[in-house]
Write a protein that binds this ligand. Structure first.
Ligand SMILES: Nc1ncnc2c1ncn2[C@@H]1O[C@H](COP(=O)(O)OP(=O)(O)OP(=O)(O)O)[C@@H](O)[C@H]1O
Length: 252
């Protein structure tokens, strides 16, 4: 299947002359249409920096990022509290309409084009008329997903997108993201410190430690036959995942 994203030997340095801190070194990856790459690693390993570089919010210090499909908004990003990007004083349909409207005067006739996405993510027409603060955390994250979809991206970067949600809400949003990948063929970079969460969605997993790729392979392989002690430690630090892996090994 054709690639929609190619990241080649990307590095990132923070700081200035004399006090340079390298936070990403030689990271390469490719994404095909509809494919989900999970990016895991402990706090400070460089996950968000990578996500922001891929989304075009941050320039790399070296290497290249090629967006091989879609228009100018071909990569969209969803973060932990994406609703922060929504105007708190406006009904959410208006924040959504801003993504696509050419006309800055967003009268109510611009509402309908957004509603297709509002309904797709499982929100009601009444929800679209509410302000972000009148919605739950899960509903706000759905709005963020709807807003990203309205931009018709080829790639979605999800950075800790479900981390602040309750476990049951988290499962429904993960299911929604899975449908998005199937229904729209959107590829995703799914960033999380929690390898268990990543394992629900990702086809492949890339493990980052101190800005370096420790391993990168099919999810099943990385979880059951990790190559590095670092990955083994990440799995061991996630008891729910360890239990699940043990059960499936016993059942095999
Ligand atoms: N704007 C910045 N200026 C200087 N250093 C930064 C900046 N942003 C991030 N860093 C540093 O870069 C490293 C990687 O940070 P990054 O946020 O990418 O890691 P992360 O894996 O996403 O961590 P977390 O899971 O805690 O969000 C850290 O050491 C961090 O302190």
């Amino acid at each position: 299947m054709s690639d929609v994203l190619r990241v080649s030997k990307v590095s990132k340095d923070y700081g200035s002359r004399g006090r340079v801190h390298r936070v990403l070194s030689d990271v390469s990856l490719e994404l095909a249409r509809g494919e989900v790459l999970g990016v895991v690693g402990e706090s400070g390993s460089g996950k968000s920096t990578l996500g922001r570089i891929v989304a075009g919010f941050l320039p790399p210090s070296g290497g290249s990022v090629e967006h091989l499909a879609g228009g100018p908004r071909s990569v969209q990003m969803i973060v932990q509290e994406s609703a922060g990007a929504l105007n708190p004083r406006l009904p959410v349909w208006r924040s959504m309409a801003e993504v696509t409207a050419v006309n800055r005067r967003l009268t109510r006739r611009f509402r309908e084009p957004s509603m297709e996405y509002v309904r797709y993510v499982g929100l009601s027409d009444a929800d679209a008329d509410r302000r972000p603060t009148q919605l739950s955390g899960g509903q706000r994250q759905r709005v963020s997903i709807a807003r990203a979809l309205a931009a018709k991206p080829a790639v979605l970067v999800c950075d800790e997108a479900v981390s602040s949600l309750d476990v049951s809400v988290r499962a429904t949003v993960l299911n929604l993201l899975n449908r998005v990948r199937v229904d729209f063929g959107i590829a995703m970079i799914f960033i999380s410190h929690d390898i268990a969460v990543v394992s629900h969605l990702a086809d492949r997993v890339l493990v980052l430690s101190n800005g370096k790729v420790m391993e990168h392979g099919p999810t099943e392989q990385v979880l059951t036959r990790p190559e590095s002690d670092y990955t083994r430690a990440l799995i061991a630090a996630t008891p729910s995942l360890e239990r699940r892996l043990m059960h499936s090994a016993e059942g095999a």
